[in-house]
Design a protein around this ligand. Structure first.
Ligand code: BG6
Length: 508
């Protein structure tokens, strides 16, 4: 495999937000940690003419502003800046790719990259530019022949289409010139340390895995909640997308795959993705009948988030004032397989919820016989209630943690049960800062490891599941259920879960 030291990274869409906010900071951190050799060039590619110096200054200003004066290491930046270059290109103009190719070769010889240097083309562009970019790379001879396919890897950012058929069109456009192994579809959730730890927690320990099945689990809740609304100019994009396409179809379903998949025979990309694929193939609506029986969409109205007034979605900048776009989705789904038959999975994601929180909560079944009474106190007021079931919570962010709730004897002369929890917090055990998702993912592309990237069949299976729901919402005259900003979503979503005698978690 070609080592990271022989890699050139071309970022198409270098004037965009993603480049300055995520990609350049991630590459800078990799350089600081010596992952990026001095023979690796990072080339920003965008439409406007700009000198290398101007690009470096722009990037430095953004990274410095983001990190703050104290945390910004100017000396380390100067080292990294030596490897940072800029090339003007109109992605839609095939005639300009010959110049791009020559400039890349010049830069590669300048940094001393070898002839077998691999190139990564990161398409941080709008989806409509993906096909022209790949065409341009092809006509300029920048796509290597099949036998040396690993010398070019193309990274694609979501959205990967907006429904099943557009996702299939995108796959066809990419596969016209590229092999599947050259395509790296980024879902940044898979780069998060705590998401990767799901597999290690499950398959690197012997005691939890035997419990994760229909015999012991009552239900599983997966939550991706955000307190943010439409910051910056985001409303324009979001109003064409919505919570289902933006987060549920990708991040939430990936979390579902990781928590529900069977152990892979090998800890390799293909085996892991094969197991995830089986989960998506087994995915079904959690209840029979119309979509409304198992999927709820919501939209935030005005409210208070963290004590601050928040606008209604329809009043946000660049959002259609009559928009019916969903900012919240909740679903009850099921997995028709041996392990999970009969276990409900509750999925939800939303903007303008009370806080940012991503977690997977596995609620176990109650003991077969309730021998003890449970005391729960609110201040001095204590009451006897039903026993709380054991819950295992994998908190992905923030305050990354794993916690197991169980019952103990409340000290005293009677057998009274009190729920307590055993907590592992990353911050208590590891002093090193958790790497940013993009650091890990960029490094993996450089290493040629596609384990944490979405394969085309996974993508299609996810779209196959959500597209009928989107079509049903878009073809009906129904409107999303409103919820005040700063709450856990519309009350209609409670119906999905209350049938199982449970409640959505509302962690404080
Ligand atoms: C992105 C979505 O993919 O994920 C955003 O487009 C969302 O709308 C973001 O805010 C959430 O990611 P994170 O890492 O902040 O949880």
């Amino acid at each position: 495999m070609v080592s990271t030291s022989d890699t050139t990274v071309l970022i198409f869409g270098a004037s965009g937000d993603l480049t300055s906010r995520k990609l350049i900071p991630a590459l800078f951190r990799l350089s600081q940690q010596q992952y990026l050799s001095s023979r690796c060039a990072v080339i920003g590619v965008a439409r406007r003419p700009k000198s290398h110096h101007e690009f470096r200054t722009e990037m430095r200003d953004t990274v410095q502003a983001r990190l703050g004066e104290n945390k910004f290491d100017a000396a380390a930046w100067d080292v990294f800046a030596q490897q940072l270059f800029y090339q003007q290109l109109d992605i839609t103009n095939p005639d300009e790719y010959a110049t791009l190719r020559t400039s890349v070769q010049t830069i590669e010889s300048q940094v001393g990259a070898g002839n077998a240097s691999a190139r990564i083309v990161y398409l941080a562009t709008t989806p409509d530019l993906i096909a022209p970019a790949v065409e341009g790379l092809s006509t300029s001879g920048m796509i290597p022949p099949r036998e040396s396919e690993s010398l070019l890897r193309v990274v694609v950012e979501k959205p990967f289409g907006r429904d099943l058929s557009s996702a299939q069109d995108l796959t066809i456009a990419l596969s016209r010139h590229l092999q599947e192994s050259q395509i790296y579809r980024i879902d940044h959730y898979l780069g998060k340390e705590t998401v990767q730890n799901i597999l290690l927690f499950r398959f690197g320990n012997a005691i939890f895995e035997p419990l994760l099945n229909r015999n012991h689990v009552d239900h599983i809740q997966i939550t991706v909640a955000e307190a943010l609304g439409m910051e910056g100019a985001r409303g324009g994009y979001y109003d064409t997308s919505g919570a289902m396409r933006d987060v549920l179809q990708n991040h939430v379903l990936q979390l579902l795959c990781l928590i529900a998949m069977d152990p892979p025979s090998l800890f390799h990309g293909r085996e892991i993705r094969d197991e995830k694929m089986k989960v998506l193939q087994a995915l079904r609506p959690g209840v029979i009948g119309p979509v409304g029986n198992w999927a709820i969409r919501g939209q935030y109205a005005a409210g208070l988030v963290n004590g601050q007034p928040a606008l209604a979605y329809r009043k946000e900048d660049r959002v259609n004032p009559n928009s019916n776009r969903e900012t919240y989705v909740a679903m009850r789904v099921a997995l028709d397989n041996w392990r999970w038959a009969g276990v409900p999975f509750f999925l939800r994601t939303g903007k303008r919820m009370p806080k940012q929180l991503t977690e997977i909560a596995i609620q176990f079944k109650n003991p077969p016989l309730n021998l003890f009474s449970t005391v729960e106190c609110d201040g001095d007021l204590c009451d006897l209630v039903e026993t709380r079931p054991n819950t295992l919570i994998l908190r992905i962010q923030p305050q990354e943690a794993i916690s197991l709730r169980f019952s103990t004897k409340r000290p005293g002369m009677n057998y009274q049960v009190q729920p307590v929890s055993m907590d592992f917090e990353y911050g208590d055990h590891f002093t090193a800062q958790l790497p940013e998702a993009y650091e890990r993912l960029l490094l993996d592309v450089m290493r040629g490891d596609s384990t944490l990237f979405t394969r085309s069949d996974e993508l299609e299976a996810a779209w196959r599941f959500v597209t009928p729901v989107l079509e049903s919402w878009e073809s009906s005259n129904s409107v999303p259920d409103l919820y005040p900003a700063g709450t856990w979503g519309p009350t209609s979503a409670d119906r999905l879960i209350s049938e199982t005698k449970s409640r959505w978690r509302a962690p404080t």
